[in-house]
Design a protein. Structure first.
Length: 306
């Protein structure tokens, strides 16, 4: 009898070990997903809905995508929010409260604006989640931010903006080089300072990462390192592809060569749109025409709200 118990216990331990190993492999696979593939799939689904108007197919494809990848909710595309809203409108299962709770941290960086969206609040209320509960979840998200990284990035962003307001070129050069070193320190110690680590504001101070990265294009000694490092963060889903692309395009301008991605200061420096579109796809950006359509719809949406 004792032998049987020991054998059973060993079997249970063995199964537990296998389950833990499978879980670790799954989490590792999720962590190492290439988000460029995710972004391209979002672009494809966005075209299905935006161009061919097939909401049911878009919902189906989004559901598959979000089972494989931890969702983003990118500016102007808002793919996870759109999926939930589309599924709700067409009476399709999107995960109910669980998915709505998952969306809150993704909109939390823009909460000061998002909380004024009555349709957003009404959607949550429909599923039994009140405004107060959303606010508590946003506060919980804010407490989870890396305060040391928030403070460091605030210093860098203020340095970046203040020297440009005063147009003191000696200060601009000095501060940009300080910021380049600070970015390297951030990367080595905390990874990319994305919105889920630092938010988008510090109090009333607005501090997106894009402008800081853009100005790094002016310094070859730092740009070459950042061009390689930031591409890693595009793949990991931390650095927005557009921020990376704008930095590269700005450096192209310094060297008087056509834009690689066509996102910096319009399309006037594009010589071969087919090549640019291939380059854009290689980092997860929509084609030039698709991007124009997204922008047009975005401003139309804002106008209708007003």
């Amino acid at each position: 009898m004792r032998y049987f118990n020991i054998k059973t216990q060993n079997k249970d331990i063995h199964l537990t070990y296998i389950n833990c190993l499978i879980l670790c492999l799954f989490l590792s696979a999720c962590k190492n997903r290439n988000y460029i593939l995710y972004y391209n799939k979002v672009n494809e689904i966005d075209s299905i809905y935006r161009v061919t108007h097939q909401p049911n197919e878009a919902i189906k494809q989004y559901r598959k995508l979000f089972r494989k990848y931890k969702p983003k909710n990118q500016e102007r595309r808002e793919e996870y929010e759109n999926y939930i809203k589309l599924a709700d409108q067409h009476h399709k299962n999107f995960g109910g409260k669980k998915s709505l709770y998952k969306l809150i941290p993704l909109v939390a960086p823009n909460w000061e604006y998002k909380k004024q969206d009555s349709s957003f609040i009404q959607l949550y209320q429909k599923y039994g989640i009140g405004r107060q509960e959303i606010e508590l979840k946003v506060e919980e998200w804010e407490r989870g931010l890396n305060q040391k990284l928030v403070d460091s990035f605030t210093v860098a962003f203020k340095r970046d903006q203040n020297s440009r307001i005063n147009l003191n070129y000696a200060d601009i050069n000095k501060n940009d080089k300080k910021n380049a070193e600070l970015l390297k320190w951030m990367f080595e110690n905390y990874g990319f300072p994305d919105m889920q680590k630092i938010g988008l504001t510090n109090g009333d101070f607005f501090m997106p990462s894009g402008p800081l990265l853009l100005h790094m294009a002016d310094y070859e000694e730092h740009y070459q390192y950042l061009k390689i490092k930031l591409l890693e963060y595009v793949k990991s889903g931390e650095c927005p592809p557009r921020d990376y692309a704008a930095m590269v395009d700005r450096n192209n301008l310094h060297h008087k060569v056509p834009y690689t991605y066509g996102v910096y200061q319009g399309y006037e420096n594009i010589k071969d749109s087919a090549t640019v579109n291939r380059n854009r796809k290689s980092i997860g950006l929509p084609s030039l025409n698709h991007a124009q359509l997204i922008t047009k719809d975005f401003f139309k949406k804002i106008k209708n709200k007003n």
